[in-house]
Design a protein around this ligand. Structure first.
Ligand SMILES: [Zn+2]
Length: 278
């Protein structure tokens, strides 16, 4: 299993979740670590095979599929430094916060699944917007809130690791409704991404083919269509059920809990009081 070379220093393990590796003078920097051990194991094998030691992990945000391999890598390299944005760091250190956040009370076992909860990981340092040196690499952190509270993108040279700020069309169709905690900030983030159109984008999932601005515009259109669908459902007797049906959300707790967050975020953008609807 080999990683795809993006430029002289950047390599990507493309899978269900992309794991990126940047080679620096002080070792390899790993950006996001996938869900479970499998991606992290492949990256570790590749690093070992090339005689490279990792020196740090950056988690762009706290979703289980972006920090799931931290614990595996830390077992072999306990000295690894872990960097994450504030707020996100709490969920990485205490993964039960994700199902607690989704449910708002002690969560049922159905939400304490591996898809929503990865093994806990330490976080050594909080990343802030701006330029910083990690592993001898000059990095710029760009806030990309909306999909999560404090998601952070990473720029290295001409590469922009944009995490889950935008999704390719296939995935938008697959999900029916994207996951986001803040409707307006998601849109602001997408608009901001256009300023970086000259860079090579590495999203958290899949690969950007063609012009990134086309992909950004598809995401923006998705948000507009979500807003109009939720608005139309307000005239129904049960607006939330109507939205689940219109977005084609499967009847399982994980899908329903995740899409309910996006629906609530949309209601907030529409100035509709969710508690009036239930
Ligand atoms: Zn995510």
């Amino acid at each position: 299993m080999s990683l795809n070379k993006i430029n002289e220093s950047v390599y990507i393990l493309e899978g269900a979740v992309n794991i990126s590796v940047i080679l620096g003078d002080e070792g390899a920097l790993v950006i996001d670590t996938g869900l479970g051990d499998s991606g992290a194991r492949k990256v570790r094998r590749w690093l070992d095979g090339n005689g490279i030691r990792p020196c740090a992990i950056i988690n762009t945000h706290s979703h289980a599929d972006h920090f799931g391999g931290n614990a595996f890598l830390l077992k072999k390299y306990p000295e690894l430094q872990v960097f994450a944005p504030a707020i996100e760091d709490a969920f990485i250190k205490y993964p039960v916060l994700e199902p607690v956040f989704l449910f708002g009370a002690e969560p049922p076992e159905s939400l304490k699944t591996g898809f929503l909860m990865s093994p806990p990981s330490k976080v050594d340092e909080i990343i802030e917007p701006g330029s910083f040196e990690i592993c001898g690499l000059n990095l710029t952190f760009v806030p990309l809130p909306g999909h999560s509270f404090n998601q952070m993108g990473v720029i290295f040279e001409d590469v922009f690791f944009s995490a889950d700020a935008l999704f390719v069309e296939d995935l938008i169709e697959k999900y029916g409704i994207l996951y986001f905690v803040d409707f307006e900030k998601s849109i602001e983030t997408l608009e901001k991404l256009k300023e970086y159109r000259g860079l090579k984008f590495i999203p958290g999932h899949r690969r950007i083919e063609g012009d990134v601005v086309d992909v950004i515009n598809k995401n923006l259109r998705h948000f507009e269509s979500v807003k109009s669908t939720v608005q139309k459902c307000l005239t129904h007797a049960n607006p939330i059920r109507c939205a689940f049906e219109k977005f084609g959300i499967p009847k399982n707790p994980v899908n329903r809990a995740l899409s309910l967050v996006s629906i609530k975020a949309t209601l907030r953008a529409l100035n509709v009081d969710f508690f009036e609807l239930i």
